[in-house]
Structure formats: C-alpha cells, structure tokens
Unconditional design. Structure first.
Length: 204
C-alpha cells in the first residue's frame, strides 16, 4: 500500500476509480444517480470537474499566501533556492492550469445550464429579476478577473522573480513585488467569489 500511495499518478487514478466504484454502488443500492441520457447528470459532472479544478486553484493560492510567502523570511538564505527553483515552479504549474480548468469548466457549465448570458450580464439581460443569475454572475466575473491575473500578471512576473526569465536585479525585485501584490488581490477576491458561487446554488 505504501509503495502504491508513494506514486502520485497512481493515487490520483485510484481516486477516480474509487469514485466510479462508489457511483456503481450507489446506483445499485438506490437505482438513482446515473443516467447517461439525462442532461442534468452531465451538468452535474461538469460542476464536479469545476469544483475539483477550483479546489486545486484556490488551495494553491491560499498555500502561497498563508504558508509560503509568510514563511520565506524565516527560511535560511542557503535553503531558499529550493523554494524558488523547485517548489514554487511546480506549484505555479498546477496553479495556473487549475485556474484555466476552473474557468473553462465554469463557462461550459453556464452554457449547458443556459444562463451564461444572464450571468455574464449580471442579470441585466432579464432586468435583474433573477437574483441567482446576478449572484453567479458576480462570482463568474471575480473568477475571470482572478484567472486573468494568474495568466497575464502573476505568472509572467513570477517567471522573472524566479529567474526563469533573465532580467536585472531591479526588474526581478519589481516583478516579485507585482506578482505578490496581484496574488493578494486574488486572495481578497476569492472570499466574495466563493460566497457568490455558493449562495447562487443554496440561497437564491
């Protein structure tokens, strides 16, 4: 068991296999929960993938802001290269692709459910008569802003800050500051974004 779990790929595959087995057991016990012909089931699957991607994205965002960044001043200088050259690049890879996965699955889900225009217009397309669409729309726009920050501000600046792109010392310091600032912006936005998303499903 230890040898099996020591391989991340095998662990993730096993997680999906266990999920399929769980679905089979639930369907066998209840007769409900899976119907490949039902639109509602496939929108649920897309929502599940959206949540999986979002958990990884926000989880790594919070790791950077709650763990790595505050801990850096406490790490001896001779140990810091391990963070900058090994851990941070790997975390940034999963961070940015989880952001992409979250946005893509979210837009597909909104399209499948038929509310993408209403949500992106914050409910204006229907005279703000459906609070759920306004709430989910706010969450979507916060998510889009956060995705933009990841791909077009944080990632390019982190490449400079981590030495993946060669720049002079002043530019490197400025890039690190910019990346840190927009990472904090995303942390700030993540709180109301998650509230908007969850409230749209549970309050309105």
């Amino acid at each position: 068991m230890a040898a099996f779990l020591s391989n991340l790929r095998n662990t993730v595959i096993a997680g999906f296999v266990l999920t399929v087995l769980m679905i089979a057991v639930l369907v066998g016990m209840t007769g409900e929960g899976y119907s490949p012909d039902q639109h509602s089931y496939w929108t649920f699957i897309m929502r599940w993938l959206h949540v999986l991607s979002g958990v990884m994205w926000i989880g790594i965002l919070w790791y950077f802001n709650f763990v790595q960044t505050p801990s850096m001043p406490k790490i001896p200088d001779e140990q810091k290269p391990a963070i900058g050259k090994v851990i941070a690049p790997a975390a940034l890879f999963w961070f940015r692709w989880a952001a992409m996965g979250t946005i893509i699955t979210g837009l597909i889900l909104a399209t499948m459910n038929g509310y993408i225009v209403d949500a992106l217009s914050l409910g204006a397309s229907e005279g703000f008569s459906v609070p759920k669409n306004t709430a989910i729309g706010i969450g979507m726009w916060f998510g889009i802003i956060m995705w933009f920050n990841v791909w077009f501000i944080i990632w390019p600046n982190q490449q400079k800050a981590l030495g993946m792109v060669e720049v002079d010392a002043d530019a490197k310091a400025a890039a690190a500051k910019t990346a840190g600032m927009f990472s904090r912006v995303n942390t700030l936005l993540s709180v109301p974004m998650l509230y908007a998303m969850v409230s749209a499903q549970n309050v309105y």
